[in-house]
Design a protein around this ligand. Structure first.
Ligand SMILES: NC(=O)c1ccc[n+]([C@@H]2O[C@H](COP(=O)([O-])OP(=O)(O)OC[C@H]3O[C@@H](n4cnc5c(N)ncnc54)[C@H](O)[C@@H]3O)[C@@H](O)[C@H]2O)c1
Length: 286
């Protein structure tokens, strides 16, 4: 297996742009950030500039390190060229199977035989994409959390054909960019964190629907009794109820759990999607 020197991130949206930045901040990787949509690479660069400038202002980063990190990121709209020189490719395009399939097809033909090919998908297991590359042993999920520059965790998920060497290289890489890896030895819908989050959120909604307690009191109970920084309803509102609703429906379709609770469906249908629309389980100032 090649030592990882060059990392390509495909998809310069919310996740990809920050995965690229966190990688560049390690100070030892050349990073190529790829996007297919005009203007997105400029937006990603501007957002990353803002993030590092704020960190410099707060004294968490030196100006030299911030500038050096941004300089290490090259923008590209040619996925094949960017994949050809990478030792590790992290795919972070939109959560759409056909789009990811097209990207993994391109990676399969363009990336070197030794390159690790990872997907940051929250719900599409690597076993659905790995065979297309012709080299499934080199493929895994690397599931980072939003915002990547703040959230420490990365779930590294082993597909049925992923080699131990790939898992080791992926976990070593995660540590090298100052993030904490955990390994799932077998694929399962939602990986670890989302399964536990969904179970807790679903229970909170059932308590609310049953009239056992208010959303306020359920949140206070979880915050004060379990020491969560935020209760489940505030977390749902913060994440976006539509995102959560879509993921619950996906879980149901895959036979992994019940349909989304009524209270959630009604809010989504009313367009009350949480913090971003000013109203969800709670109301917010716009
Ligand atoms: N947002 C989150 O909180 C979060 C958390 C963990 C994992 N994820 C996963 O990360 C992935 C990306 O999510 P996001 O929130 O960053 O999405 P996003 O919509 O913000 O960004 C996706 C980017 O992919 C680009 N893109 C689309 N098709 C492309 C292609 N063929 N080639 C190159 N670029 C292409 C889009 O232009 C866009 O910039 C998804 O799989 C999602 O499940 C998201």
């Amino acid at each position: 297996m090649n030592e990882i020197e060059s990392v390509t991130v495909v998809g310069a949206g919310t996740m990809g742009s920050q995965i690229a930045l966190q990688t560049a901040l390690a100070g030892r990787y050349q990073v190529t950030l790829v996007d297919a949509v005009a203007g997105q690479l400029d937006r990603a660069r501007a957002q990353n500039r803002k993030l590092v400038d704020r960190a410099v202002e707060k004294g968490r980063l030196t100006k030299e390190r911030a500038d050096a990190a941004l300089d290490r990121i090259t923008a590209s709209n040619d996925v094949e060229k960017a994949a050809a020189k990478a030792d590790l490719v992290i795919e972070a395009v939109i959560e759409d199977f056909e789009t990811k399939k097209a990207v993994f097809t391109a990676l399969g033909s363009a990336a070197g035989h030794d390159a690790i090919l990872a997907s940051n998908s929250s719900t599409i297991a690597i076993s659905r994409l790995a065979d297309i590359t012709g080299n499934p042993a080199r493929c895994c999920n690397m599931h980072f959390f939003h915002p990547v520059t703040v959230m420490q965790l990365c779930e590294v998920v082993k597909g049925p054909k992923t080699s131990d060497a790939t898992v080791k290289a992926a976990t070593d890489f995660v540590r090298s960019i100052d993030r904490t890896p955990v390994v799932l030895n077998k694929e399962i819908w939602g990986f670890i964190v989302n399964r536990i989050l969904f179970a807790a959120s679903e229970e909170a909604m059932h308590l609310l629907e049953g009239g056992y307690a208010s959303a306020e009191d359920i949140d206070i109970a979880v915050q004060k009794g379990l020491n969560w920084p935020m209760g489940p309803f505030h977390l749902l509102d913060f994440s976006g109820l539509d995102i959560f609703y879509g993921a619950m429906q996906d879980r149901h379709r895959q036979g992994e759990g019940g349909d989304a609770p009524e209270v959630l469906r009604k809010l989504v249908e009313a367009g009350d999607l949480g913090r971003k629309t000013g109203k969800g389980f709670f109301e917010y100032e716009k």
